[in-house]
Write a protein that binds this ligand. Structure first.
Ligand code: XMP
Length: 512
């Protein structure tokens, strides 16, 4: 039986990231609902359990709970943030409501260097995010670490294998977080590791073949790495039973369709079908300005095109798409989960309830960097694997306000200047995503002796591990100056360029 760790979900953004880090340690894990019954959980025989963080407060009524028997099974448990607080109240500790919310970097002082903090320094940088705090640990628990403003930053009961941390070891802003997770998994819970991408491919191929049988699959390819990897995986699993469909939706980056066509007919051949549906999309987007509505219109139109193509190839029962973990997380609360809806990503939020296809989403438990590892394992060219992510709704979510043909043309031109200049920059590989955004405002400028009243372009470049958190890139001024000059001089209709200096959170990467 495969070694398995359960992450109980108290707010999906947190749970998915934790699970991603655990798998990075080579330990397979799955996310389960927080209210799973103890007997059901025990039947899965988890080697360890992690209680995720979450946006709720244990001091409020109706907070998400846990079957108390889970805490008494002798299975090692790590509670993170909300998970720690829940464990504390369930086991008889005390909580206090915070007067202010501590959010951001903090330094903890380690009081005990055993267990979770084994081999780590006395003083560690961590990422805190909490309002309430544990004021008295439950009986049998020792304080393992504190900060100046939080007396119980970590606690543990060695005998029962129960541990909790008030900060987030899973985020990159806690540099030694992975060491703590490894201490928990391998030191405390006795995991052995060994889960790999090769194993994931073998499992996925088996699952896809079993699900599909001799039926046909169409795979919506967006030009981004995710859907390309799905197509490659299906190609390996079922060959020409899959048709990859690349739709020109009229909101692609300039030159995108020909690049995709070249790659997947010459470099990495697949059963590829390119459909020009730009008029259909742009007509459907007419007059739509609300971001969620835009995503939904685009999602619906994609499905319309897929129905047409499925008929054209003689019927397909399945639709495969490159849905990833973050897509699922950020769309999940629409279905009543514990986290807040942020955006309806097109490949999740825009699907009709009566979809005629059965979905195949082999990447929906993976994060972006895991998808890249998978692509490499499948022998895909680096030019595809290292492509920056590109959202399914394309430039439509980078044109704030109405998407018109003129606006698309302006943004394509501006974006190509950003891409050209950045490709020459030595730090290009460290950038997660860089792009131009067309703002729905006009500003006054002067060109020659003429007054202008024209569009504003925002340039965004972010670094990120997985798209869940991101920071703006400190691009050199001379590079920013070149980008700005080129856009203003070469793109008709733009007289001002600004640089976006917001991190995620609290902003998101895309502007819509
Ligand atoms: P946000 O804007 O939510 O973006 O911080 C996180 C990452 O997801 C990409 N993104 C999408 N990808 N369909 C996709 O396939 C979508 O609807 C979508 N919206 C955002 C975004 O480009 C970034 O990499």
């Amino acid at each position: 039986m495969r070694e398995f760790v359960a992450v109980l979900d108290f707010g999906s953004q947190y749970a998915q990231l934790i699970s991603r880090r655990i798998r990075e340690c080579g330990v397979y894990c799955e996310i389960l609902p927080h209210d799973i019954a103890c007997a059901d959980l025990k039947a899965l025989m988890p080697k360890a359990i992690v209680l995720s963080g979450g946006p709720s407060s244990v001091l409020e009524d109706d907070h998400p709970g846990i079957d108390p028997y889970i805490l008494a099974q002798g299975i090692p448990i790590l509670g993170i943030c909300y998970g720690l607080q829940l464990m504390a109240v369930k086991l008889g500790g005390d909580m206090a409501r915070g007067t202010s919310r501590e959010y951001g970097p903090a330094t903890i002082s380690v009081d005990r260097h055993t267990d979770l903090f084994s081999g780590l320094e006395d003083s560690l940088h961590v990422w805190m995010s909490h309002g309430d705090h544990v004021s008295r640990p439950p009986e049998g628990f020792t304080v393992l670490a504190h900060t100046n403003s939080c007396a119980i930053a970590a606690m543990g009961n060695e005998r029962r294998g129960l541990y909790g941390v008030q900060f987030h070891p899973e985020v990159v802003h806690t540099p030694k977080g992975m060491d703590m997770l490894r201490n928990f998994l391998f030191g405390i819970a006795g995991c052995t590791g060994g889960w790999t991408m090769k194993g994931f491919i073998e499992e996925s191929i088996r699952d896809i073949r079993a699900q599909v049988g001799d039926k046909r699959v169409i795979c919506g390819m967006s030009g981004g790495v995710d859907s390309a990897v799905v197509a490659a995986l299906l190609n390996k699993a079922i060959g020409n039973q899959m048709t990859a469909i690349f739709v020109d939706n009229g909101v692609l980056r300039g030159g995108e369709a020909s690049e995709i066509s070249h790659t997947f007919t010459e470099t990495y051949p697949l059963n590829l079908d390119i459909v020009d549906a730009s008029d259909l999309f742009l007509d459907a987007l007419q007059g739509v300005t609300e971001p969620e509505e835009k995503r939904k219109v685009i999602g619906r139109t994609f499905i319309e095109v897929f129905y047409g193509e499925a008929d054209r190839i003689g019927g397909a029962e399945f639709l495969a798409q490159g849905t990833l973990y973050p897509d699922v997380i950020e769309s999940r609360s629409a279905k009543g989960g514990p986290s807040a809806t942020i955006k309806s990503h097109h490949n999740v939020g825009g699907l009709p309830k009566d979809l005629k296809f059965t979905l195949i989403e082999p990447l929906k438990e993976l994060f972006k960097d895991e998808v890249r590892l998978l692509g490499r394992e499948l022998g895909m060219p680096e030019s595809i694997i290292n492509r920056q992510p590109f959202p399914g709704p394309g430039l439509a979510v980078r044109i704030l306000g109405e998407v018109t043909r003129d606006n698309v043309a302006i943004l394509q031109e501006a974006d190509s200047r950003v891409q050209e200049e950045l490709r020459k920059y030595e730090g290009y590989d460290d950038i997660w995503q860089a792009f131009a955004v067309l703002l729905p405002v006009k500003s006054v400028g002067v060109m020659g002796d003429e007054r202008t009243y024209a569009n504003v372009i925002a340039v965004r470049a972010v670094s990120s591990m997985d798209g869940m958190t991101a920071d703006w890139v400190k691009l050199p001024y001379d590079l920013l100056a070149r980008i700005s000059t080129r856009i203003i001089n070469e793109v008709k209709g733009v007289n001002r360029v600004v640089y976006d200096i917001s991190s995620k959170p609290p902003s998101t990467i895309e502007w819509e």
